[in-house]
Design a protein around this ligand. Sequence first.
Ligand SMILES: [Zn+2]
Ligand SMILES: [Zn+2]
Length: 351
Amino acid sequence: MKGMMRAVVIDAPGAAEVMQVRDVPIPEMRPTDVLIRVEACGVCFHDVVTRNGVMKRGIKMPVIPGHEVSGIVEAVGPQVRGFKAGDRVTTAQRRHICGYCMYCRSGRETSCEEREFLGDIGLNGGYAEYVAVSQDNVCSVPAGVPLDQAAICACAIGTELNAVRDVAHVQAGEKVLVTGAGGGLGIHGIQLARLSGGYVVAVTSSAEKAKIIAEHGAHEVLLVKRDEDFSDAVKAVTGGLGVDVAIDNVGSPTFSATRRSLAMGARWIFVGQVTGEFVKLNPAQLFMRDISIKSAKSTSRKQLQDSLELVARGQVKPVITGELPLSMAHQAHREVESGRSTGRILLKPAL
Ligand SMILES: [Zn+2]
Ligand SMILES: [Zn+2]
């Protein structure tokens, strides 16, 4: 489709103000692309580290950020099957995958060598009126799931589903620590860990968030100061043993405290990293206690489909705490970067 659209553009990394709304061409469609009129786009920490320059790998500026997109199909390329104009859809976080490599053919397209992360490359991302995404990364939204909620089913819910179900394999009765529990990932990780039968121990540094975290199913909510070692508190609520699983949405800032919170034989799943800092680790600290480190990266389309089903059935409740127009993207970033926001903030081009 020819024409111009409004979008948030970042020309070079910097503070939140580097994001400017301007008119750019509607993205060109490849033959397998679905062009989506954006209803909502979730604001993710990924977008913050893209914008502030902490993440450099795979980024090609100028860029329109945003990979948590829902909307209505505007047009489809000649090779698209299964989608038509007017469909309600949401996207996995990628703009393109090859579709035939061993990763794509085993439900692990998150590792496809050809993958292009949506919103990392050029002027095609979710902070815009339109976005073009290949059909392999698009899902229909079930009736009964509002598009606002569908927008965050991939990243904020699907990535935690990846971590809790498909990487950690949380079992009924296991004790599960969730760090960054009030954030966009954590608040859904809590719900998924509970749904899997886990005894959920949540850590947060915000009293306001503590209440919401408890409402969303955490069995224990530990309110700690930023940079405080919370491991004694975790031990106190787990019979002195620590947790069997840690779903770590924070990374470096909570590294040592999380390690000291782990029970013998625990699985430690890395999902998020909010700073670029390296950490100190003595390998003996792992093998002397049979601790495994694993990681979960983004969301496959299968995980997205399952997340949409969980939301449609009311088993997971998407937590959205604000919606802003594109012109307020800088404010959304400040909220996310400072850790003030609970759950997800959406940008909506129609506002
Ligand atoms: Zn592939
Ligand atoms: Zn995201």
